[in-house]
Design a protein around this ligand. Structure first.
Ligand SMILES: Cc1cc2nc3c(=O)[nH]c(=O)nc-3n(C[C@H](O)[C@H](O)[C@H](O)COP(=O)(O)OP(=O)(O)OC[C@H]3O[C@@H](n4cnc5c(N)ncnc54)[C@H](O)[C@@H]3O)c2cc1C
Length: 584
């Protein structure tokens, strides 16, 4: 049962308590309650996703954040590498977490991403050879909604067809699709890639997007993993239940460790901090799945972090670890806008209330049409040339097959935070830095759990990161110069893009416009058991503690080369196996 208020909770002792009913949290909720004798409490700060129709509409993904009731509404500190700009940093605050509000791109990371994780952690279980079996448990590949023949658009042997989350190829032609595909034939630099899911199939090249949607409807961790487990008597999910901190339950069995098996949460989101809290206790384990921001914040509020920093905000240090909240890494997004001929882009529909309503009604009636699809159909990945000076002395990609940047084409004006002009047709080619080397931090500003933490991703602070973004802009200029675009693209839109013709002017364009593509990781990073750095061990237990793990995007020491929901799903699937085995 999903309870709407913490006050409805009948019991305060469970085998496991999961903090955060998001992407990873609901995978664990499902897998741990497969055993009917196990009891699990999930505490989710956000609202239920039930009845929030827009969350189900794939095309509306970009409208769900920022500054909505399903977003934590964070902003980043002024970013020196981005001309001192501060901007929105969306995170899902709703059942399903960010999987309920994301843009539905679905991939798994490259085999090299996973092999690097195995090598850093010293646990070969994180190797792709082992992780790929979780694709079968997780993914349910379904036909696109227009039922077209998908031969040649994906490779079936790389996919799961009986898992939990529905995944599908685009079900409508964006009118630019043939031009994108023609470019892959006209320019050897941008070959066609038959499958963009990653793993041991190369990510390089341009292909069709795979989205976490089925039958024209978003598939989130809530509509899949949770829905498929919701009638299990052992599972209790509570929404509107913000966790304020973990409570120490004494010394752990291993010398010098502290046990954390109790969780303090607010009796209602409206309750002032410190007043009206409840405490639940786990017989076995507390699992933090509050995401890269939430888990880092809760660890620090609970006294797990850098002692001096904790002292400065009046938090009593219980477990000293100065890596908590540090090592923040994220992909950056640059929306390169082009003015295009005619009125075949989506802009006309989005500007017209009547046309948008008609598209919505078509979706509501039979889940077809523009709104039943993602805003993107095609995208791909590329590497810098092997002789690029940016790769000296080291190449930060996970391996020689992993990308340095990504290109996403969409037949619409897409510019986060900047409204669409009243007239004109546009196409956007977003470029994304796939292997950032900048590192930032998430630090609590006070001991008040309702205060948003200070989020400083420190974007574009290295020569590699800014240099690669500059190269990505040059690459899409070459892409758009293919004959396929001759009678469609008028030219770059906006003075800064139009003026971006030299490295120096491209740099100023990049620093002036780049923002986040919402893939933060690393604030509770995984390291080997013997390592002096890192926050969690390879089995995701928090170093220096007992009864406590972190299972979410925060544990990745490097951001995977791809969009991050798929890697989080696979991580959580393996985490469930690790936890079950540890508690047999
Ligand atoms: C706008 C947006 C677009 C994105 N687009 C894509 C995409 O297209 N493809 C892709 O692969 N990835 C995308 N991502 C990233 C991807 O969705 C995330 O990497 C992934 O979902 C993170 O999973 P998680 O379990 O770590 O955290 P989340 O799914 O964010 O879950 C954390 C949960 O914990 C809850 N929580 C936090 N603090 C507390 C607390 N104190 N008490 C109780 N509960 C708490 C949150 O409300 C949330 O439900 C996007 C993300 C965003 C925000």
């Amino acid at each position: 049962a999903t309870l709407n208020q913490p006050s409805q909770i009948k019991a305060l002792t469970y085998d496991y308590i999961i903090v955060g009913g998001g992407t990873a949290g609901l995978v664990l909720a499902n897998r741990l309650t497969e055993d009917p004798t196990v009891t699990v409490l999930v505490l989710e700060a956000g609202v239920s996703d039930q009845g929030l129709t827009n969350l189900q509409v794939p095309f509306l993904g970009p409208t769900l954040t920022p500054n909505t009731i399903v977003d934590w509404n964070y902003t980043v500190t002024p970013q020196p590498g981005m001309n001192g700009r501060s901007f929105a940093y969306p995170r899902g605050r709703v059942l399903g977490g960010s999987s309920s509000v994301n843009y539905l791109f679905h991939q798994f990371g490259t085999d090299e991403d996973w092999n690097r994780l195995a090598s850093i952690s010293g646990d070969i279980g994180w190797n792709w050879t082992n992780m790929k079996k979780y694709v079968q448990k997780h993914e349910k590949f379904v036909p696109p909604i227009d039922g077209h023949n998908t031969a040649g658009q994906f490779i079936p042997s790389l996919h799961g067809f009986n898992g939990e989350v529905s995944v599908s190829l685009p079900g409508n032609n964006q009118t630019i699709d043939p031009r994108v595909l023609a470019t892959t034939k006209q320019l050897a630099e941008f070959p066609f890639n038959q499958d963009t899911s990653g793993g041991d199939h190369s990510l390089l090249g341009i292909g069709f997007l795979q989205s976490s949607a089925g039958g024209g409807v978003r598939s989130s961790s809530s509509t899949s993993y949770l829905a498929n487990a919701s009638n299990r008597p052992g599972l209790t999910v509570v929404v509107n239940a913000p966790v304020t901190k973990l409570l120490s339950t004494g010394n752990g069995k291993a010398k010098g460790t502290v046990a954390f098996r109790s969780v303090e949460f607010r009796a209602s989101p409206a309750t002032p901090a410190g007043a009206g809290t409840l405490t639940a206790t786990a017989r076995k384990e507390v699992i933090l799945s509050a995401g890269t921001v939430g888990s880092a914040q809760i660890l620090q509020l609970s006294g797990i972090g850098d002692p001096a920093r904790l002292k400065s905000v009046n938090v009593n240090s219980l477990v000293a670890n100065s890596d908590v909240g540090e090592n923040l890494s994220d992909h950056t997004l640059l929306p390169n806008l082009f003015s295009v001929q005619g009125n075949l882009s989506f802009d006309g529909v989005l500007r017209s209330a009547d046309l948008s309503q008609a598209a919505f009604e078509q979706w509501a009636q039979n889940k077809t049409g523009m709104f039943a699809n993602n805003i993107v159909n095609n995208y791909g990945f590329a590497r810098l040339p092997s002789n690029s000076p940016l790769l000296k002395p080291t190449d930060p990609a996970a391996g020689p097959k992993s990308p340095h940047f990504e290109m996403i084409t969409s037949n619409v004006y897409f510019n986060p935070g900047i409204p669409m002009p009243p007239t004109g047709s546009f196409m956007t080619i977003v470029t994304v830095l796939s292997c950032p080397t900048s590192r930032g931090s998430i630090r609590i500003k006070s001991n008040n759990p309702t205060d948003a933490p200070q989020i400083n991703p420190n974007y574009l602070s290295t020569a590699f990161d800014i240099g690669t973004m500059i190269e990505s802009v040059k690459a899409i200029k070459r892409f758009i110069a293919a004959p396929a675009w001759k009678d469609y693209v008028i030219g770059p839109f906006g003075d800064a893009f139009a003026a971006a013709t030299s490295d120096a002017s491209i740099e100023s364009y990049v620093r002036g416009l780049t923002t986040t593509i919402f893939h933060p990781v690393g604030t509770a990073s995984m390291s080997s058991k013997a390592a002096k750095n890192g926050v969690v061990n390879p089995d995701l237990t928090v170093k220096g503690t007992e009864g406590l793990r972190v299972v979410d995007a925060s544990v990745f020491p490097f951001v995977p080369s791809t969009h991050t929901q798929g890697p989080v799903y696979l991580l959580a699937e393996r985490a469930a196996d690790i936890i079950k085995q540890a508690n047999q």
